[in-house]
Ligand binder design. Structure first.
Ligand code: URA
Length: 434
């Protein structure tokens, strides 16, 4: 088989066979196919697309490029979640403990942050002592003892994806529905869960800019998961403003704990986390209907069992669980600077991407993979879309290193102010398979 023929076929819009796809993925991972040929095929796939059959074959080949986790030693249906990523997205830290407290094992692998979006692994690392790179034994023990396990993705899960994603990143070939589908689903299938809920973000700063594209991506992932015997559902959620009040690492732990204590119950973050958790309970067999699942979610917040599950997960994996009850023991910023409105108006929009970049500049995120984070810095976003503000109202609190020059105007430019009250847009845009 010649890689040239695969590139030529796809360039003309033809279909690749499962054998050809397996040949490419194996060669890309073991280095026998040069990067320039893989990059060329990736670009051809971006332009010409892939059929469902080809996407399935690509997902399987990438899944089988590494290890597959066997979770069968833990009883019950294991349910995972994947979000296509957003600024301030801390749903994993909220819904994982909820789902586990309701009796459904929740195994999750997460990533570190890069660019304007944060990563769950970095956020968990803000808890002193917590091990975020668990061995397979530690991961299984956490799942068996607390029903919740979260760890950085190990290098032996879908290594072909790691290789191809790095190439996509530098060749402008990330935004392709079959490539995103295979990348995400290969890792999820290798992770060993029986069911998966997807949170597909949609908006001007998300991978998927329109509801049509987000629906196509969600349907593509649902088709691949279903073909491999995985139960799978998707929510398409609006993404523009940051999710919740906190952007940063320690501050996002604080906000997650506050939600698990029952605070901010009417926020989008709480509503979204609770809805995703409810879908997971249905797939895990803990509830038959959405109202029943939602009642269980609420009960786990009211009786404290969700927060207690998070404490047990943290303590079991070496973390200081007292930080969850005493936030002063979490990493702290060197200074806090208030940013106030410089005129009256209604907040029509908040640019989450711009705030994510500002948080990265504070040291909460990485511009480069090798950057070292300051886990105590971040932004408290008090402004809300639709809110009426008067000059002088507090809109942001910037938590910075003591030597960081905070320029309030940079934060104010992330807000769009209007003279008339904007119409609220619901966070849930569509559901698939629910
Ligand atoms: N996240 C992934 O893991 N892969 C993609 O291709 C896009 C987002």
């Amino acid at each position: 088989m010649r890689m040239y023929d695969l590139i030529y076929t796809k360039k003309l819009g033809g279909a690749l066979s499962p054998e050809q796809i397996a040949f490419w993925v194996k060669g890309a991972a073991d280095g026998s196919i040069p990067d320039e040929q893989s990059a060329s095929l990736l670009m051809a796939i971006c332009w010409r697309g892939m059929s469902t059959g080809e996407t399935l074959a690509l997902t399987l080949a990438m899944r089988d490029s590494g290890k597959r986790l066997n979770l069968t030693s833990v009883p019950g249906l294991k349910v995972d979640k994947h979000s296509t990523g957003g600024v301030g997205d801390k749903t994993t830290m909220i819904l994982g403990p909820i789902v586990a407290a309701c009796g459904v094992p929740c195994p999750m692998f997460s990533g570190r942050g890069l660019g304007h979006t944060g990563g769950t692994v970095d956020k968990f690392e803000a808890i002193p002592g917590l091990r975020v790179e668990l061995s397979e034994e530690e991961f299984l023990r956490s799942l068996a003892e607390t029903r919740f396990a979260n760890s950085a993705q190990t290098a032996d899960i879908a290594p072909a994806d790691k290789k191809l994603y790095a190439l996509r990143d530098i060749t402008a070939t990330v935004e392709s529905i079959p490539l995103i589908t295979a990348s995400i689903m290969s890792k999820k299938l290798a992770g060993g869960a029986d069911a998966l809920v997807l949170d597909v973000k949609c908006g001007p700063t998300a991978f998927m800019k329109t509801l049509e594209d987000a629906t196509t991506l969600a349907e593509s992932m649902v088709a691949v998961g279903t073909a491999h015997g995985m139960q799978i559902r998707a929510l398409i959620t609006r993404m523009d403003a940051p999710l919740g009040w906190a952007i940063g690492n320690a501050v996002e732990i604080m906000e997650s704990v506050e939600i698990l204590r029952g605070e901010h119950a009417d926020s989008e973050l709480a509503e979204m986390s609770f809805r995703l958790a409810a879908e997971m309970l249905i797939m895990g067999g803990a509830a038959k209907t959405l109202p029943e699942a939602q009642a269980k979610v609420q009960a786990s917040i009211q009786d404290g069992s969700a927060l207690e599950t998070l404490r047990r997960f943290v303590a079991l994996n070496g973390g200081d669980a007292t930080t969850l009850d005493d936030f002063s023991r979490l990493p702290q910023p060197g200074q806090v600077v208030d940013v106030r409105a410089n005129r009256d108006g209604y907040i029509a929009a908040i640019d989450g991407r711009a705030l994510g970049i500002l948080a990265m500049d504070l040291g909460a995120g990485r511009r480069d993979r090798t950057d070292v984070l300051d886990l105590g810095v971040g932004i408290r976003v008090l402004a809300r879309v639709g809110q009426k503000v008067a000059k002088g109202d507090l809109l942001f609190q910037v938590m910075a290193k003591s030597n960081h020059l905070v320029v309030p105007d940079l934060y104010l430019t992330t807000l769009e102010l209007t003279m008339t009250q904007p119409k609220a847009a619901p966070w849930l845009m569509a559901t698939i398979g629910c």
